[in-house]
Structure formats: C-alpha cells, structure tokens
Design a binder for this molecule. Structure first.
Ligand code: GLP
Length: 239
C-alpha cells in the first residue's frame, strides 16, 4: 500500500484528479470505478477542468459507480445519479450510455444486484477504482461485518452512516436505511485502487486501515491485501 501524504484537501483533490486524468489519456479504453460523498467532490472539479482545457475525447471511457441508496429514483436530488450528473457527467463529453450506477428504485432489488455484477463483468472489470472511507471504516456502503467475499448486494446502513449522511438531506428521517453497493470482493477485483482520505474525523479509520489486523469488523482493512492501492491522505487524516 502506497501512502501519499499531502498537506490538505485541495492538494489531495488535485493529485487524485491528475491520477485519473493520466489514466484516461494514457489508455486506449478505460473503466473507472467512481465514488460519491464529500471527499471526491473537488477531485471531480479539477478533473473536469483538466479534461475540458485539454479537450480530451472521452469516447473510450466507461464509468461504474460504487453504490446507490435504495428507494431513491434516478432523478431524486440526493440520489447518487443526480450527484454524478451534477458534479461530473453533465460537465464533460462522456457518452451517457458509458456510465453505470445501480438503480435504487428497481422493483426487484435482487435482480438489480445481479444485473449490476453482469454489467461490471461485461465491461471487463474496473481498471482504476476511486474510493473514500467512512468513519466506521466502511468502503462504498460495505458496513462493518460485511463478508470479504461479498459481491454487489443490498445492505442495511449503520446508524453512524445514516447520521453522517443526514447532512445531505433536510432531516435524518429522509435518509434511506438501505443501499445497493458493490461488495468487498467486487472492489478488490479492481486492477488498481485510489483511496482518498481527508479530515480528522477519518483519522481513526485510516490508522486502523493501515495498521490493524485485517478483519471484517473494519472493512477497509481488506485493502491491505490488494497489490495496487494508493492512499492520498492529508495532514489532518494522518496526524
Ligand atoms: C458514503 C459513501 C462512501 C463514501 C463514504 C464517506 O456513505 N457510500 O462511498 O466513501 O460514505 O463519505 P464522505 O466522503 O462524505 O465522508
């Protein structure tokens, strides 16, 4: 695991954007695994600027997102569909049919998770997976206790996660209690992983991810077993 220690959120975002940008321009075809949440927001801003300034053609780029809330339609303002449109897809010339996110309002959730795994397989797997980390050590929406061999599945969100994500909703009651998420084994199948960590509220989870024994109680520890993980973390997260 390679740890890149940066000063602050801005530098983390710039470095991450450059890594993704380089991957895009150096590849003939690339599948990016994308994350949501506050952490990657500025990375997307920088990436949009870099892509547009350099007039990069994106017809060789495919994206697959980690997760989506159960029960939110694709046009719900707090859905990850809308997040991705707002922050990235609507700002760059990526073909919309190259972008994939689970459907949280699918009538048959079990069929939806199977469909999603098939999409990943048909794309040929993820080349570069961008990740954040939850305060409780979750990655995507894989909460503590999620089996390491899990593929895309439906999860019940931990109370801490519901509370942490309440800031995006008007009230905590509006936060969905379930999500569809890529599993830990799905994430580990990515060829390389870029984990972004910023802020002192992530300090404990990050320290444990690096040093604790690998355990399903802290899902992110599984990353210790991946052969190509780069962590970009800022001062506050590493202190
Ligand atoms: C969310 C997302 C994760 C994200 C994490 C941290 O619940 N499902 O993909 O990495 O929690 O979010 P944030 O970056 O907002 O702290």
């Amino acid at each position: 695991m390679k740890i890149v220690h940066v000063e602050n959120y801005d530098e983390m975002s710039m470095r991450a954007a450059r890594t993704v940008f380089n991957k895009i321009v150096e590849s003939e075809r690339v599948v990016l695994g994308l994350a949501t949440g506050s952490t990657p927001e500025k990375m997307y801003d920088y990436l949009v600027d870099m892509l547009n300034k350099n007039k990069v053609d994106l017809s060789h780029v495919y994206t697959i997102n980690l997760d989506e809330y159960v029960g939110l339609g694709n046009d719900h303002p707090q859905s990850y569909h809308q997040y991705m449109n707002r922050i990235f897809f609507d700002r760059v010339p990526i073909p919309k049919d190259h972008t994939f996110i689970p459907h949280g309002d699918a009538p048959d959730l079990e069929a939806e998770v199977e469909r999603y795994e098939q999409v990943i397989e048909e794309l040929g797997g993820v080349d570069l997976q961008v990740l954040g980390i939850g305060r409780n050590g979750h990655i995507a929406f894989n909460e503590p206790g999620t089996p390491f061999d899990s593929r895309t599945h439906v999860v019940d969100l931990a109370e801490t996660t519901v509370n942490d994500n309440a800031r995006f909703f008007d009230t905590v009651e509006e936060v969905p209690r379930q999500a569809i998420t890529m599993g830990l084994d799905t994430i580990m199948s990515a060829k390389s992983i870029l984990l972004l960590v910023s802020g002192d509220e992530k300090e404990e989870a990050l320290a444990c991810m690096i040093d604790c024994e690998v355990s399903e109680e802290l899902p992110a520890t599984i990353l210790q077993r991946h052969h190509d993980v780069t962590v970009i973390a800022d001062d506050e997260a590493l202190e």
